[in-house]
Structures are given as structure tokens and as C-alpha cells.
Ligand binder design. Structure first.
Ligand code: DX5
Ligand code: ZN
Length: 230
């Protein structure tokens, strides 16, 4: 039963895809003290129609900050690169459920290097494929846009998956599992995501495009306030 109003801890993970890359360090440091982690979008031009960041960039920015690196691998063959991203200084390594390689093997490979393991679901991927591994995972990322680009519009239809995962987490007593939502998160859509059960809010264009970045981050995190914990 809900007895009192509580604060749910919301983690904010800004996507560095929206930084000014000629000022990567400066942009990251401008918000470092206000955020919980940095979300690093890795794209291979094959799994998604865009190419972005490789392990050498992760290694470079590892020297700049000690914040948690939440590395989102939008690549077709993650099994070939987990070691490299791990050595480069990743903390969470998230692979996509849609890749060919068996999910459990990928999870074990990530764990082998002592990293936190995540699986991400495209908007049209059912949660059924991750449910068998819910106790093995540290994070499940629900994509609220089709991966590939920042600045896309939030897809509210994925909120049902967040609700179902939140429920599955309770039923399976997977208390440590984080539910992340990624794509189109702003001050309004963050509220919907938190109400549905998300803990980690990825946000790129909204945070880095705000004149007052601290205010934007506080606004996102603020939806945890007044949330009823059952
Ligand atoms: C989409 C990426 C997202 C994206 C977030 O392919 O995985 O992390 O960059 O950017 P916004 O918040 O602008 O949708
Ligand atoms: Zn992402």
C-alpha cells in the first residue's frame, strides 16, 4: 500500500551525441557536477544509419571525468568490441536485443570484464526477449525513438513496455535493475517516463540545447519528487 509521498531516485544520463564536438571536454565539464553519468552513443553505420564514437574517444574522455560511462552500443557485432570498450573505461555496456549474437553470451562477456551489463530494445522490439535475463541484467534501455540520431520525437507508445518491465522487476525481485529510457526526453516526456517506471533518463538535445543546462537537468530529475513509491 502507498503510505506516504516519497522521492524516487532519478538518474540523469546526458547523451554526448548532442555536444559541440569541437568543445567536447568543455561541454562535458559544464554539467559534470549535476549529472549521474554520461551516455555515450556508439553507432557503426550498419546497425543504424549513422557513424559516431569509437573506443578511442571513450578512452580520451575517460581522462577528463570520473563519472559513470553509460555506453550504448548501436552496432551489429558487439561481441567483437566489448573488450575494447571495456578497456577504454566504460562502466555500463549496453548491447541491442536485435543483434544476432546470443544475448546471454553477450551479458556474460560484459560481466567477464567486470562491467555492468545492459540490453536495449528498439521501439518495435517486444520485452519478451529480455525477460528470461531480467535477473542477469543491470540495466534495460527502452528506446523511445528508433536509434540513429538525436533530436527525434518521443514515441509515447513505448511507455507500456516501461510499465511492464517495472512490474516484471517487482515480480522477479530484481531490485537493482535499472530501467532506462532513451530518445526524445525533455521536461514533459520525462514526467511520462518516470510515471511509467523509468529510473534513468537519457537526454541529449534537450540538455545540451538548453540555455540553462543545470535547470534542465534539475527539471528532469525533479519528476522523482512526489512520486508515490509502493
Ligand atoms: C539515439 C540515441 C540517443 C539520442 C538521444 O539513437 O541512442 O541516445 O542521442 O538524443 P535526444 O535526447 O536528442 O533524443
Ligand atoms: Zn543512446
Amino acid at each position: 500500500m502507498v503510505t506516504e509521498e516519497s522521492r524516487k531516485k532519478i538518474l540523469v544520463s546526458p547523451s554526448i551525441l548532442s555536444v559541440d564536438f569541437s568543445n567536447l571536454e568543455k561541454d562535458m565539464l559544464s554539467i559534470e557536477q549535476y549529472v549521474d553519468m554520461f551516455h555515450i552513443d556508439v553507432m557503426d553505420g550498419h546497425f543504424v544509419p549513422n557513424i559516431t564514437i569509437g573506443p578511442c574517444v571513450v578512452k580520451g574522455i575517460r581522462k577528463v571525468t570520473r563519472k559513470i560511462f553509460d555506453v550504448h552500443l548501436m552496432i551489429s557485432e558487439p561481441e567483437k568490441y566489448i573488450k575494447e570498450f571495456s578497456d577504454a573505461g566504460s562502466d555500463y555496456i549496453t548491447v541491442h536485443a536485435e543483434v544476432k549474437y546470443p544475448m546471454l553470451k553477450l551479458i556474460h562477456e560484459i560481466r567477464k570484464f567486470g562491467k555492468k551489463a545492459g540490453v536495449s530494445l528498439n521501439p518495435d522490439t517486444d520485452i519478451g526477449c529480455v525477460l528470461p535475463y531480467i535477473k542477469e541484467l543491470d540495466m534495460i534501455t527502452v528506446m523511445s525513438v528508433f536509434p540513429g540520431f538525436s533530436g527525434q520525437k518521443f514515441m509515447p507508445e513505448v511507455l507500456e513496455k516501461v510499465r511492464l518491465l517495472d512490474n516484471a522487476r517487482k515480480v522477479n525481485r530484481a531490485k537493482e535493475l535499472l530501467i532506462e529510457i532513451d530518445g526524445g526526453i525533455n521536461g514533459e516526456t520525462a514526467k511520462l517516463a518516470v510515471e511509467a517506471g523509468a529510473d534513468v533518463l537519457v537526454s541529449g538535445s534537450y540538455i545540451f540545447g538548453s540555455r540553462n543546462r543545470k535547470k534542465a537537468i534539475d527539471e528532469l530529475r525533479g519528476w522523482g519528487k512526489g512520486y508515490l513509491l509502493s
